[in-house]
Design a protein around this ligand. Structure first.
Ligand SMILES: Cc1ncc(CN)c(N)n1
Length: 234
């Protein structure tokens, strides 16, 4: 079957099914989704075996990432303003921006607690390539549907990862509880669900081409997230 024809069959099948598009991708790409949300770095926080050097590497690299993430979210706000048919999208994205506003000073405090110098930390290759993806997604040529799908995936990986650290049976060290709560708390979970609902609503109305583009960006984000966690080892 030709690719286009196969996509149309898939689209028809999808319409008669109640599963949302994003949920169907999580199921379809379960292996990479699990690698991103149950990474050994996260499992070592959960079981209390994490070493300080890995944690400090992650902290320094994530601070750099978060600074690059802010302009990406700002560009998404602009896209929501110009392309969304629902004014509440802007409020939800603005909520994400507000939590980033708290995150920057949190990283600074955490870095001083663990004696990590944020001014001298050198971005590693995986971080540089991930930040380049954010930059590409900021372009006005990238559709709102594609960018909001990426945003949902980026936030959800952290939510699912850190929420897992807090689930029953966890042995997280007391001093890392606050880190896990930052992204693992139920409010952040609600916010990720709201992002998922926006992405699904946009995907319902999107063309086959845009849906395919959004699925590729979802997979690309997951691959970058795995590489990002891997940096803490090297
Ligand atoms: C790499 C990465 N991915 C996601 C997040 C959550 N905003 C983050 N802080 N860093």
């Amino acid at each position: 079957m030709e690719t286009e024809e196969a996509s149309e069959v898939e689209a028809e099948k999808f319409k008669s099914n109640k599963t949302n598009r994003t949920e169907s991708w999580v199921q379809k790409h379960t292996s990479i989704y699990k690698q991103a949300t149950r990474h050994p770095f996260i499992l070592s926080i959960r079981d209390g075996t994490i070493d300080s050097s890995s944690f400090n590497k992650w902290l320094g690299q994530d601070y750099i990432y978060v600074r690059a993430f802010v302009p990406f979210v700002a560009s998404l706000l602009v896209k929501a303003c110009e392309e969304s048919d629902d004014s509440s999208d802007m409020d939800i994205i603005l909520g994400g921006m507000a939590s980033l506003n708290d995150e920057i000073p949190w990283f600074k405090e955490e870095a001083s607690r663990w004696e990590v110098s944020l001014t001298t930390v050198v971005p590693q290759r995986a971080n540089v390539t991930y930040c380049s993806l954010l930059k590409r997604l900021m372009s006005s040529e990238i559709e709102y549907t594609v960018a909001i799908t990426a945003f949902w995936a980026i936030e959800t990986v952290y939510q699912e990862s850190f929420a897992h650290c807090l689930e029953d049976g966890s042995k997280i060290p007391e001093e890392l509880k606050q880190t896990c709560q930052r992204w693992g708390n139920s409010g952040f979970g609600q916010y990720c669900h709201s992002l998922q609902n926006i992405a699904d609503r946009c995907l319902e109305k999107a063309s086959i081409d845009i849906i395919a583009k959004a699925e590729r960006v979802f997979l690309t984000v997951l691959e970058h997230e795995v590489e990002f966690w891997n940096m803490s080892k090297g």
